[in-house]
Write a protein that binds this ligand. Structure first.
Ligand SMILES: Nc1ncnc2c1ncn2[C@@H]1O[C@H](COP(=O)(O)OP(=O)(O)OP(=O)(O)O)[C@@H](O)[C@H]1O
Ligand SMILES: CC(=O)N[C@H]1[C@@H]2OC[C@@H](O2)[C@@H](O)[C@@H]1O[C@H](C)C(=O)O
Length: 369
């Protein structure tokens, strides 16, 4: 099978910047991970994206761009083109055949059948001179799926590439992003996946509102606080956790409502416990209890989330992506590169057990420069 070189571009619900990664793959089991990078958004631009989530609430049709959304989409696309050009200047031996472009999610309404990511694939193809696959979520929704999470198909490929001395099935990959999502991979058969609850987004919003910082670096704020069990119980009392898969979340589905009156550190520590407890509750919807958990996404750098996970899993192992040879920061961008290759080969990105689509579904719109 011919191998393709793809660049993946991911700007996630934490709105912290653009992840970029190179992958050479056949779109199936052969995955050669290449270099990766990150282009952070400055504070003002993060604020602008945050404000756009309010504008996005007025969207009634996917193409609507009320308020600042039109100009913001052009700026986001320009920034992604700049990220690609800088990355290729840094890695001149890379000759990508295709770019997988996620864009910035500003609205996710799976129950109404639409999800909106800002990012103009045609403009990116023109600016970079490289074919682009973008808009990878829409077709899944058109076939009854949630449109998210998509990364599970890539997690499953990585799980099956784990060396035997490391692997243990069932294994659960956890992306702790703004929202957390889990991928349960059995030894045989399709993965089971869904969004498990708030990841970093409540912690980020809390420490910004109460402490003026964008995130709780290394959990230093939470280290001075304690878990307020009653608050964890209120969050975990949400009907979302009882709901079986398939399920996915909008960034704003969980809010800081239950944190009123908390001290800064207690809030940060309690919300880290909420994130870990939400991930552990996903076991209720798995066929078996995982023997191995692999943590990726920025939340794996919060030691309280990791410690709470390890306390909660009894005999299973909880490892960071790096401990099993992966890059926990680059994994989502790698996934979008992998999906661009799958899209070129018309291989499915989503499955009934990952998004609830009626049958395995291809995804993505290909634009030639
Ligand atoms: N050193 C750190 N200590 C604690 N938390 C960190 C650290 N570095 C990053 N994070 C957290 O990780 C977040 C970014 O994680 P990530 O890039 O995985 O999110 P995302 O991809 O935007 O989210 P999603 O997967 O929901 O789209 C930051 O907003 C912050 O909350
Ligand atoms: C609509 C959307 O952008 N959802 C994101 C969000 O961030 C994490 C979680 O919720 C996941 O479902 C998804 O992104 C990852 C990359 C995914 O699709 O796998």
């Amino acid at each position: 099978m011919t191998l393709k070189c793809a660049l993946g571009l991911m700007s996630g619900t934490s709105m912290d910047g653009i992840d970029i990664a190179a992958v050479i793959s056949d779109g199936e089991q052969i995955v050669r991970r290449g270099p990766s990078g990150f282009v952070p958004y400055e504070a003002d631009f993060r604020q602008r994206i945050g404000a756009a989530l309010t504008d996005a609430k007025a969207i009634k049709a996917r193409a609507d761009r009320p308020g600042d959304l039109g100009e913001l989409e052009r700026e986001i696309t320009r920034r992604h083109a700049g990220a690609v050009q800088a990355f290729l200047k840094e890695h001149p031996l890379l000759t990508p055949d295709i770019v997988g472009f996620h864009g910035q999610t500003v609205l996710h309404r799976p129950d109404e059948g639409y999800t909106v990511q800002l990012g103009d694939g045609a403009a990116l193809a023109t600016a970079t001179g490289i074919p682009v696959v973008y808009d990878m979520r829409a077709n899944d929704m058109a076939h009854g799926g949630q449109g998210a999470p998509l990364v599970p198909a890539y997690h499953a490929a990585l799980a099956r590439s784990l060396p035997s001395e490391t692997s243990d099935f069932p294994v659960c990959f956890v992306n702790i992003g703004g929202i957390s999502n889990v991928t349960y991979v059995p030894r045989e058969g399709d993965p089971v996946a869904f969004d498990s609850g708030p990841g970093n987004t409540l912690i980020d919003q809390w420490v910004f509102a109460q402490g003026g910082v964008p995130y709780d670096a290394d959990g230093m704020i939470a280290r001075e606080g304690e878990v307020i069990g009653e608050i964890v119980g209120r969050y975990l009392g949400s009907a979302f956790f009882e709901r079986p898969a398939p399920k996915s979340l909008d960034r704003n589905d969980f809010t800081l409502d239950h944190t009123a009156g908390l001290e800064l550190s207690d809030g940060a520590r309690t919300l880290a416990a909420v994130t870990a407890a939400a991930i552990l509750r996903s076991v209720d919807h798995f066929p078996e209890v995982p023997k191995l958990w692999v943590l990726c996404g920025g939340g794996r750098k919060n030691p309280h989330i990791v410690a709470d996970m390890r306390l909660g899993v009894q005999s299973a192992r909880v490892l960071l992506a790096e401990e099993v040879g992966f890059d926990g920061d680059a994994m989502e961008a790698e996934a979008w590169a992998y999906f661009a290759i799958r899209s070129l080969r018309q291989l499915p990105l989503t499955f009934p057990t990952t998004t609830g689509c009626r049958e395995p579904v291809v995804g993505g719109v290909l634009i030639e420069p």
